[in-house]
Design a protein around this ligand. Structure first.
Ligand code: GCO
Length: 452
């Protein structure tokens, strides 16, 4: 098989805080990311998302740009502080109307919108009330999910609740490198984590209840991938085991989030490892958290290659990383992660896999001839899509792929220094210049992956 299946979803992604700008327009309130960016020294280039790509005011041109690249689907996130500025209660009609217009514009251009409800921009007023540590946080989120679903579910069928809980909890609540910038004792991190899982579960229930049509719902966690460097069945099993293990007192695992959502239980090894930190959980919390989902979304950028050492222990295959390609984020280029990651996740959870993020930051600028020749991005995406296509050929149910990101944008703690886009953005003029990879991706889409 050298193509993807007929209805394979070819997409690109972005998120509200990273591209919208218009921070104070039309009644939007402050988010924890605005708050975090004001703290000196938190963002590498001292920037923030107040203007970003000004997508809020340029969305019509941006939609046309996406459609011109023949991209079929666009994963966007809605901004909670735009829609419910006080966090709960009164809806800001102007904020909600923006997404209404954006959805209509996308549909008119032949691009299917996929919506993520939480890509980290919690209203600051909720943080002031404890944020994810407040036992009411799951109800706040479910209510926000209800408002957005009531308004958009007549036209939008594909939804995600939380984006990368591992990151907003790990980097945001334990390490302090992301908003809200906390370094909490691990017990509190686990509490925030549990409340966000409850938020997911309650949101799914309310969304199904108010939806105008049957929805496809998932979450979009980080896909942690440890993959084998050979087909040796013992190594494959060791890699699978390690991919699904909880191995440190931190948030970076698949199972601490996905097992509760899909199996209705925390993983045994995590419960053991976190024994001394576990908060008291409610008796029927797992029933709330574990709701039927329609797809498994995963954000996968890289993985860790494994091998057996002389003693028969499974270890990182350092030799295979020798001289390995690296992105400007300093991430390894390991295309096999998009073969093994989706395969392992599909085998464990049995849901169609959607790669909701994959991509790289590279050293891109507009050349004297007016073009941006990002050969590295073309190669990165080609290699990863080949691996994904092979996974599909070998039986993994792969439903779609979303390149991160449609355009260069505010890369969190790195500010504007890291460029992930297939479209270059000049932050002085807001001029968009599709890079070589964008035109190449269009050709890949037109051939449904055959030219890979
Ligand atoms: C994430 C977020 C994105 C990032 C991207 C590159 O995965 O961290 O979902 O918002 O910009 O992943 O780091």
């Amino acid at each position: 098989m050298n193509k993807f299946k007929e209805d394979f979803v070819w997409g690109v992604a972005a998120s509200s805080y990273q591209i919208e700008g218009a921070a104070e327009q039309d009644g939007r309130s402050d988010s924890v990311w605005d708050m975090f960016c004001r703290e000196p020294g938190k963002i590498k280039d001292s920037s923030d998302g107040r203007i970003a790509c000004d997508h809020y005011n340029r969305y019509q041109d941006d939609v046309r740009m996406i459609a011109d690249l023949n991209v079929k689907a666009y994963r966007l996130s809605t901004a909670w502080p735009r829609i419910i500025p006080d966090g709960y209660g009164k809806v800001n009609e102007k904020g909600l109307a923006f997404y209404d217009k954006l959805v209509d514009e996308l549909l008119a251009a032949g691009v299917t919108p996929w919506i993520t409800l939480y890509h980290w921009d919690m209203p600051t007023c909720l943080f002031d009330q404890g944020g994810w540590l407040n036992p009411a946080s799951s109800d706040w989120f479910a209510d926000y999910a209800r408002v957005v679903t009531e308004r958009l579910s007549d036209r939008v069928t594909n939804w995600f609740t939380l984006n990368e809980p591992q990151v907003f909890l790990g980097l945001g609540h334990q390490v302090g490198e992301h908003a809200p910038g906390l370094q909490l004792p691990f017990e509190k991190v686990l509490l925030a984590s549990h409340n966000s899982l409850l938020a997911h579960g309650k949101a799914v229930q309310v969304m199904r209840a108010v939806a105008k049509q049957p929805l496809k719902i998932g979450a979009a966690p980080v896909g942690v991938v440890n993959f084998p460097t050979s087909d040796d069945p013992a190594l494959v099993e060791a890699a699978r085991k390690s991919t699904f293990s909880v191995s440190g007192v931190n948030c970076f695992s698949n199972t601490w989030y996905a097992d509760p959502m899909l199996k209705g239980e925390y993983p045994e090894d995590g419960l053991e490892l976190f024994e001394h930190y576990l908060p008291k959980f409610g008796a029927d919390d797992m029933k709330q958290i574990c709701q039927p989902l329609d797809m498994y979304a995963a954000n996968i950028y890289a993985g860790t290659p494994l091998e057996f050492n002389d003693k028969g222990e499974v270890v990182t295959a350092e030799s295979s990383l020798l001289g390995c390609g690296r992105t400007t984020m300093d991430w390894n280029v390991t295309p096999d992660c998009l073969y093994w990651g989706p395969k392992f996740l599909y085998e464990r959870y049995g849901l169609p896999i959607v790669v909701t993020e994959n991509g790289l930051a590279s050293c891109d600028w507009v050349h004297v001839n007016g073009e941006v020749d990002d050969a590295g991005r073309v190669d990165y995406v080609q290699r990863h899509l080949r691996a994904l296509r092979q996974a599909a050929a070998d039986g993994t149910d792969v439903a779609g792929y979303f390149y991160w990101s449609i355009m260069d944008n505010f890369e969190w703690g790195f500010g504007y220094q890291q460029r992930f886009g297939m479209v270059h953005v000049d932050y002085h003029t807001q001029k968009r210049t599709p890079k070589r990879s964008a035109y190449w991706y269009r050709d890949v889409i037109n051939s449904n992956g055959e030219i890979l």
